[in-house]
Design a protein around this ligand. Sequence first.
Ligand code: HEC
Ligand SMILES: [Cu+2]
Length: 329
Amino acid sequence: MLKQVLRLLMAALVVSIPYVAAAAERAARVVDPVKAWDNHFKTWAVVGVAVYLIVTVPLIYFVIKYRRKHKDENGAYIVGNTGLEILWTILPMITIIMLGVQSWAVFNDLREVPKDHVEVKAIGFMFGFEMYTPEGIMTLNEMRVPVGNVKVNLTSKDVIHNFALPTFRTREDMVPGENTYLWFAAKEPGEYPVYCAEFCGAGHSSMLAKVIVMKKDDYEAWVKSKKSESMTAATTPEGKGKELVERLGCLGCHGIAGEVKAGPAINGIMGKTEELEDGTKVVVDEAFIKEKIANPKAKPIKGFGHMMPPTMLANEEYEAITAYLKTTK
Ligand code: HEC
Ligand SMILES: [Cu+2]
Protein backbone atom coordinates (compact mmCIF):
# COMPACT_ATOMS: atom_id res chain seq x y z
CA MET A 1 0.00 0.00 0.00
CA LEU A 2 2.65 2.54 1.09
CA LYS A 3 4.88 1.36 -1.71
CA GLN A 4 2.09 1.92 -4.20
CA VAL A 5 1.57 5.47 -2.96
CA LEU A 6 5.29 6.23 -3.12
CA ARG A 7 5.52 4.86 -6.63
CA LEU A 8 2.64 7.07 -7.75
CA LEU A 9 4.20 10.09 -6.07
CA MET A 10 7.40 9.44 -8.01
CA ALA A 11 5.36 9.21 -11.18
CA ALA A 12 3.81 12.59 -10.39
CA LEU A 13 7.25 14.12 -10.01
CA VAL A 14 8.46 12.62 -13.26
CA VAL A 15 5.45 14.00 -15.09
CA SER A 16 6.09 17.51 -13.76
CA ILE A 17 9.82 17.54 -14.58
CA PRO A 18 9.38 19.02 -18.09
CA TYR A 19 7.40 21.90 -16.61
CA VAL A 20 10.01 22.59 -13.95
CA ALA A 21 12.75 22.37 -16.55
CA ALA A 22 10.90 24.79 -18.82
CA ALA A 23 10.55 27.24 -15.97
CA ALA A 24 14.23 26.97 -15.09
CA GLU A 25 15.15 27.47 -18.71
CA ARG A 26 13.04 30.56 -19.14
CA ALA A 27 15.91 32.97 -18.53
CA ALA A 28 17.47 31.74 -21.75
CA ARG A 29 14.42 31.60 -23.99
CA VAL A 30 12.41 34.49 -25.33
CA VAL A 31 9.32 34.72 -23.19
CA ASP A 32 6.00 35.70 -24.59
CA PRO A 33 3.69 36.40 -21.66
CA VAL A 34 0.67 36.68 -23.95
CA LYS A 35 1.18 33.16 -25.34
CA ALA A 36 2.14 31.85 -21.91
CA TRP A 37 -1.08 33.24 -20.45
CA ASP A 38 -3.27 32.00 -23.27
CA ASN A 39 -1.82 28.49 -23.03
CA HIS A 40 -2.28 28.64 -19.30
CA PHE A 41 -5.91 29.61 -19.73
CA LYS A 42 -6.54 26.88 -22.30
CA THR A 43 -4.89 24.23 -20.12
CA TRP A 44 -7.04 25.17 -17.13
CA ALA A 45 -10.18 25.31 -19.30
CA VAL A 46 -9.51 21.84 -20.76
CA VAL A 47 -8.73 20.33 -17.35
CA GLY A 48 -11.71 22.08 -15.79
CA VAL A 49 -14.14 20.84 -18.43
CA ALA A 50 -12.66 17.31 -18.29
CA VAL A 51 -13.02 17.13 -14.51
CA TYR A 52 -16.56 18.46 -14.77
CA LEU A 53 -17.53 15.81 -17.31
CA ILE A 54 -15.79 13.00 -15.42
CA VAL A 55 -17.83 13.89 -12.35
CA THR A 56 -21.14 14.89 -13.91
CA VAL A 57 -21.70 12.32 -16.64
CA PRO A 58 -21.37 9.26 -14.33
CA LEU A 59 -23.36 11.15 -11.70
CA ILE A 60 -26.33 11.59 -14.02
CA TYR A 61 -25.98 8.02 -15.28
CA PHE A 62 -25.94 6.60 -11.73
CA VAL A 63 -28.84 8.74 -10.61
CA ILE A 64 -30.95 7.24 -13.39
CA LYS A 65 -29.63 3.70 -13.25
CA TYR A 66 -29.71 3.26 -9.46
CA ARG A 67 -32.82 5.23 -8.65
CA ARG A 68 -35.29 3.62 -6.27
CA LYS A 69 -37.70 1.69 -8.44
CA HIS A 70 -40.27 0.64 -5.83
CA LYS A 71 -41.10 1.81 -2.34
CA ASP A 72 -39.45 -0.82 -0.16
CA GLU A 73 -36.30 -1.31 -2.18
CA ASN A 74 -33.00 -1.14 -0.23
CA GLY A 75 -29.66 -0.13 -1.71
CA ALA A 76 -26.70 -2.54 -1.70
CA TYR A 77 -24.38 -2.27 1.30
CA ILE A 78 -20.97 -1.19 -0.09
CA VAL A 79 -18.04 -0.79 2.33
CA GLY A 80 -15.39 0.76 0.08
CA ASN A 81 -12.89 0.07 -2.64
CA THR A 82 -9.20 0.63 -1.88
CA GLY A 83 -8.15 0.66 -5.53
CA LEU A 84 -10.68 3.35 -6.40
CA GLU A 85 -9.76 5.40 -3.32
CA ILE A 86 -6.12 5.42 -4.36
CA LEU A 87 -6.97 6.20 -7.97
CA TRP A 88 -9.11 9.21 -7.19
CA THR A 89 -6.63 10.53 -4.68
CA ILE A 90 -3.55 10.15 -6.84
CA LEU A 91 -4.96 11.32 -10.19
CA PRO A 92 -6.22 14.68 -8.90
CA MET A 93 -2.96 15.08 -7.01
CA ILE A 94 -0.91 14.66 -10.18
CA THR A 95 -3.23 17.02 -12.03
CA ILE A 96 -2.94 19.67 -9.35
CA ILE A 97 0.84 19.40 -9.14
CA MET A 98 1.09 19.82 -12.91
CA LEU A 99 -1.27 22.79 -12.96
CA GLY A 100 0.52 24.32 -10.00
CA VAL A 101 3.94 24.04 -11.61
CA GLN A 102 2.63 25.40 -14.89
CA SER A 103 1.01 28.35 -13.10
CA TRP A 104 4.25 29.05 -11.32
CA ALA A 105 6.14 29.12 -14.62
CA VAL A 106 3.61 31.58 -16.11
CA PHE A 107 3.74 33.70 -12.98
CA ASN A 108 7.52 33.95 -13.36
CA ASP A 109 7.12 34.96 -17.00
CA LEU A 110 4.81 37.75 -15.94
CA ARG A 111 6.97 38.97 -13.03
CA GLU A 112 10.52 38.77 -14.41
CA VAL A 113 11.25 41.71 -16.64
CA PRO A 114 13.61 40.86 -19.53
CA LYS A 115 16.94 42.72 -19.32
CA ASP A 116 16.41 44.79 -22.47
CA HIS A 117 13.50 47.05 -21.63
CA VAL A 118 12.52 50.70 -21.38
CA GLU A 119 11.22 51.87 -18.04
CA VAL A 120 8.21 54.16 -17.81
CA LYS A 121 5.99 55.31 -14.98
CA ALA A 122 2.22 55.42 -14.53
CA ILE A 123 0.50 57.15 -11.62
CA GLY A 124 -3.18 56.56 -11.00
CA PHE A 125 -5.42 59.28 -9.60
CA MET A 126 -9.14 59.99 -9.35
CA PHE A 127 -9.86 59.68 -12.26
CA GLY A 128 -7.10 59.10 -14.77
CA PHE A 129 -3.50 58.05 -15.36
CA GLU A 130 -0.41 60.23 -15.51
CA MET A 131 2.26 58.61 -17.63
CA TYR A 132 5.94 59.48 -17.68
CA THR A 133 8.35 58.47 -20.43
CA PRO A 134 12.01 57.68 -19.57
CA GLU A 135 12.79 61.23 -20.79
CA GLY A 136 10.42 62.63 -18.15
CA ILE A 137 7.66 63.71 -20.55
CA MET A 138 4.27 63.60 -18.89
CA THR A 139 1.21 62.59 -20.83
CA LEU A 140 -2.32 62.11 -19.64
CA ASN A 141 -4.16 58.84 -20.22
CA GLU A 142 -1.80 58.02 -23.04
CA MET A 143 1.44 56.08 -22.76
CA ARG A 144 3.87 56.35 -25.64
CA VAL A 145 6.52 53.65 -25.91
CA PRO A 146 8.88 52.41 -28.59
CA VAL A 147 8.53 48.83 -29.84
CA GLY A 148 10.16 46.44 -27.35
CA ASN A 149 9.83 45.30 -23.76
CA VAL A 150 8.33 47.87 -21.41
CA LYS A 151 8.51 47.93 -17.63
CA VAL A 152 5.85 50.13 -16.05
CA ASN A 153 6.44 51.35 -12.51
CA LEU A 154 3.13 51.99 -10.80
CA THR A 155 1.80 53.96 -7.90
CA SER A 156 -1.28 55.99 -6.97
CA LYS A 157 -1.94 59.50 -5.67
CA ASP A 158 -5.12 58.74 -3.77
CA VAL A 159 -6.89 55.39 -3.65
CA ILE A 160 -6.13 51.94 -5.05
CA HIS A 161 -6.44 51.73 -8.82
CA ASN A 162 -5.48 48.87 -11.10
CA PHE A 163 -3.51 49.30 -14.30
CA ALA A 164 -4.98 46.73 -16.69
CA LEU A 165 -3.64 45.95 -20.17
CA PRO A 166 -5.98 43.32 -21.63
CA THR A 167 -4.10 43.00 -24.94
CA PHE A 168 -0.91 42.15 -23.09
CA ARG A 169 -2.69 39.87 -20.60
CA THR A 170 -1.39 41.71 -17.58
CA ARG A 171 -2.54 44.06 -14.84
CA GLU A 172 -1.33 45.24 -11.47
CA ASP A 173 -2.64 47.30 -8.57
CA MET A 174 -1.60 50.94 -8.15
CA VAL A 175 -1.35 51.44 -4.39
CA PRO A 176 -0.85 54.84 -2.73
CA GLY A 177 2.53 54.99 -0.96
CA GLU A 178 3.76 51.82 -2.60
CA ASN A 179 5.64 50.99 -5.77
CA THR A 180 4.49 48.10 -7.90
CA TYR A 181 5.31 47.19 -11.48
CA LEU A 182 4.34 45.13 -14.47
CA TRP A 183 5.91 44.54 -17.86
CA PHE A 184 4.71 43.75 -21.33
CA ALA A 185 6.21 43.01 -24.73
CA ALA A 186 5.16 45.73 -27.20
CA LYS A 187 5.72 43.94 -30.50
CA GLU A 188 3.63 45.79 -33.07
CA PRO A 189 3.11 49.55 -33.39
CA GLY A 190 -0.49 50.42 -32.61
CA GLU A 191 -2.91 51.56 -29.96
CA TYR A 192 -3.88 49.30 -27.11
CA PRO A 193 -6.46 49.89 -24.38
CA VAL A 194 -5.67 50.54 -20.73
CA TYR A 195 -8.32 50.73 -18.04
CA CYS A 196 -8.67 50.84 -14.29
CA ALA A 197 -9.72 47.42 -12.98
CA GLU A 198 -10.30 48.42 -9.36
CA PHE A 199 -13.53 50.20 -8.52
CA CYS A 200 -12.22 53.50 -7.19
CA GLY A 201 -15.13 55.94 -7.07
CA ALA A 202 -17.72 57.78 -9.14
CA GLY A 203 -15.41 58.43 -12.09
CA HIS A 204 -13.98 54.90 -12.21
CA SER A 205 -15.58 54.12 -15.55
CA SER A 206 -13.94 57.14 -17.18
CA MET A 207 -10.47 55.79 -16.36
CA LEU A 208 -9.88 54.70 -19.92
CA ALA A 209 -6.47 55.25 -21.44
CA LYS A 210 -4.25 53.80 -24.11
CA VAL A 211 -0.75 52.58 -24.80
CA ILE A 212 0.58 53.86 -28.10
CA VAL A 213 3.39 51.64 -29.37
CA MET A 214 5.53 53.45 -31.94
CA LYS A 215 8.37 52.55 -34.27
CA LYS A 216 11.69 53.59 -32.70
CA ASP A 217 12.21 56.51 -35.14
CA ASP A 218 8.66 57.78 -34.74
CA TYR A 219 9.04 57.62 -30.99
CA GLU A 220 12.25 59.63 -31.03
CA ALA A 221 10.70 62.23 -33.31
CA TRP A 222 7.73 62.47 -30.93
CA VAL A 223 10.04 62.98 -27.93
CA LYS A 224 11.83 65.78 -29.79
CA SER A 225 8.65 67.58 -30.76
CA LYS A 226 7.21 67.23 -27.25
CA LYS A 227 10.34 68.71 -25.73
CA SER A 228 10.33 71.79 -27.95
CA GLU A 229 6.57 72.14 -27.48
CA SER A 230 6.89 72.20 -23.70
CA MET A 231 9.71 74.76 -23.92
CA THR A 232 7.56 77.23 -25.86
CA ALA A 233 4.37 76.38 -23.95
CA ALA A 234 5.83 77.23 -20.55
CA THR A 235 6.46 80.83 -21.68
CA THR A 236 2.80 81.84 -22.25
CA PRO A 237 0.10 81.92 -19.53
CA GLU A 238 -2.19 79.84 -21.77
CA GLY A 239 0.50 77.20 -22.22
CA LYS A 240 1.23 77.19 -18.51
CA GLY A 241 -2.48 76.85 -17.75
CA LYS A 242 -2.82 73.90 -20.11
CA GLU A 243 0.17 72.26 -18.50
CA LEU A 244 -1.32 72.86 -15.01
CA VAL A 245 -4.73 71.46 -15.94
CA GLU A 246 -3.01 68.32 -17.23
CA ARG A 247 -0.55 67.98 -14.37
CA LEU A 248 -3.03 68.66 -11.56
CA GLY A 249 -5.31 65.87 -12.72
CA CYS A 250 -8.26 68.14 -13.57
CA LEU A 251 -8.82 66.17 -16.77
CA GLY A 252 -9.46 63.00 -14.80
CA CYS A 253 -12.86 64.49 -13.88
CA HIS A 254 -13.33 67.10 -16.59
CA GLY A 255 -13.58 66.76 -20.34
CA ILE A 256 -11.91 69.44 -22.42
CA ALA A 257 -13.83 68.62 -25.61
CA GLY A 258 -17.37 68.60 -24.27
CA GLU A 259 -17.26 65.17 -22.57
CA VAL A 260 -19.05 64.91 -19.23
CA LYS A 261 -17.05 62.74 -16.82
CA ALA A 262 -17.36 62.85 -13.02
CA GLY A 263 -17.61 66.62 -13.44
CA PRO A 264 -18.86 68.88 -16.26
CA ALA A 265 -16.73 69.57 -19.33
CA ILE A 266 -14.69 72.73 -18.75
CA ASN A 267 -14.10 73.86 -22.32
CA GLY A 268 -15.85 77.05 -23.34
CA ILE A 269 -17.29 77.76 -19.90
CA MET A 270 -15.94 81.30 -19.52
CA GLY A 271 -18.86 83.70 -19.52
CA LYS A 272 -21.44 80.93 -19.33
CA THR A 273 -24.29 81.15 -16.82
CA GLU A 274 -24.39 78.13 -14.52
CA GLU A 275 -27.02 76.99 -12.06
CA LEU A 276 -25.76 76.19 -8.57
CA GLU A 277 -27.15 73.54 -6.25
CA ASP A 278 -29.21 76.11 -4.32
CA GLY A 279 -30.81 77.32 -7.53
CA THR A 280 -28.94 80.62 -7.84
CA LYS A 281 -27.24 81.51 -11.10
CA VAL A 282 -23.64 82.53 -11.53
CA VAL A 283 -21.64 83.73 -14.49
CA VAL A 284 -18.34 81.90 -14.86
CA ASP A 285 -15.57 84.50 -14.62
CA GLU A 286 -12.02 84.62 -13.28
CA ALA A 287 -13.13 85.03 -9.67
CA PHE A 288 -15.49 82.05 -9.96
CA ILE A 289 -12.78 79.82 -11.45
CA LYS A 290 -10.36 80.81 -8.73
CA GLU A 291 -12.87 80.12 -5.97
CA LYS A 292 -13.91 76.86 -7.64
CA ILE A 293 -10.33 75.56 -7.63
CA ALA A 294 -9.42 76.81 -4.12
CA ASN A 295 -12.72 76.06 -2.41
CA PRO A 296 -14.94 73.97 -4.71
CA LYS A 297 -17.64 73.27 -2.13
CA ALA A 298 -18.48 76.96 -1.74
CA LYS A 299 -20.53 77.11 -4.95
CA PRO A 300 -21.21 73.61 -6.25
CA ILE A 301 -22.65 73.36 -9.75
CA LYS A 302 -26.04 71.61 -9.77
CA GLY A 303 -26.18 67.87 -10.37
CA PHE A 304 -22.61 66.67 -9.82
CA GLY A 305 -22.05 66.14 -6.09
CA HIS A 306 -19.12 67.48 -4.07
CA MET A 307 -16.13 65.41 -5.03
CA MET A 308 -13.88 68.09 -6.50
CA PRO A 309 -10.81 68.39 -4.25
CA PRO A 310 -9.57 71.89 -3.31
CA THR A 311 -6.19 72.89 -4.80
CA MET A 312 -4.13 75.79 -3.45
CA LEU A 313 -2.23 77.57 -6.19
CA ALA A 314 -0.31 80.80 -6.66
CA ASN A 315 -2.37 83.71 -8.04
CA GLU A 316 -0.60 83.59 -11.37
CA GLU A 317 -1.41 79.89 -11.64
CA TYR A 318 -5.16 80.52 -11.20
CA GLU A 319 -4.78 83.21 -13.84
CA ALA A 320 -2.92 80.85 -16.15
CA ILE A 321 -5.70 78.27 -15.85
CA THR A 322 -8.31 80.93 -16.59
CA ALA A 323 -6.26 82.13 -19.56
CA TYR A 324 -6.12 78.58 -20.86
CA LEU A 325 -9.86 77.98 -20.35
CA LYS A 326 -10.53 81.13 -22.39
CA THR A 327 -8.74 79.56 -25.35
CA THR A 328 -10.99 76.46 -25.27
CA LYS A 329 -14.17 76.42 -27.29
C1 HEC B 1 -12.34 64.26 -8.41
C2 HEC B 1 -12.89 64.94 -9.55
C3 HEC B 1 -12.47 66.38 -9.84
C4 HEC B 1 -11.21 66.89 -10.01
C5 HEC B 1 -9.88 66.18 -9.84
C6 HEC B 1 -11.38 68.27 -10.38
N1 HEC B 1 -12.71 68.58 -10.45
FE1 HEC B 1 -13.51 70.37 -11.06
N2 HEC B 1 -15.38 69.67 -10.66
C7 HEC B 1 -15.68 68.38 -10.28
C8 HEC B 1 -17.12 68.29 -10.11
C9 HEC B 1 -17.87 67.01 -9.67
C10 HEC B 1 -17.65 69.55 -10.42
C11 HEC B 1 -19.15 69.97 -10.38
C12 HEC B 1 -19.58 70.18 -8.94
C13 HEC B 1 -18.94 71.39 -8.34
O1 HEC B 1 -19.07 72.47 -8.89
O2 HEC B 1 -18.26 71.23 -7.32
C14 HEC B 1 -16.53 70.40 -10.78
C15 HEC B 1 -16.65 71.72 -11.20
C16 HEC B 1 -15.62 72.46 -11.76
C17 HEC B 1 -15.78 73.74 -12.43
C18 HEC B 1 -17.07 74.46 -12.70
C19 HEC B 1 -17.55 73.97 -14.05
C20 HEC B 1 -18.66 74.77 -14.65
O3 HEC B 1 -19.45 74.16 -15.41
O4 HEC B 1 -18.73 75.97 -14.40
C21 HEC B 1 -14.53 74.12 -12.83
C22 HEC B 1 -14.17 75.38 -13.57
C23 HEC B 1 -13.60 73.11 -12.39
N3 HEC B 1 -14.29 72.12 -11.75
C24 HEC B 1 -12.25 73.16 -12.61
C25 HEC B 1 -11.34 72.21 -12.14
C26 HEC B 1 -9.91 72.35 -12.24
C27 HEC B 1 -9.19 73.51 -12.88
C28 HEC B 1 -9.38 71.24 -11.68
C29 HEC B 1 -7.89 70.90 -11.49
C30 HEC B 1 -7.16 71.79 -10.63
C31 HEC B 1 -10.48 70.39 -11.24
N4 HEC B 1 -11.66 71.01 -11.53
C32 HEC B 1 -10.33 69.14 -10.64
C33 HEC B 1 -14.81 67.34 -10.08
C34 HEC B 1 -13.41 67.46 -10.12
CU1 LIG C 1 -9.29 53.80 -10.72
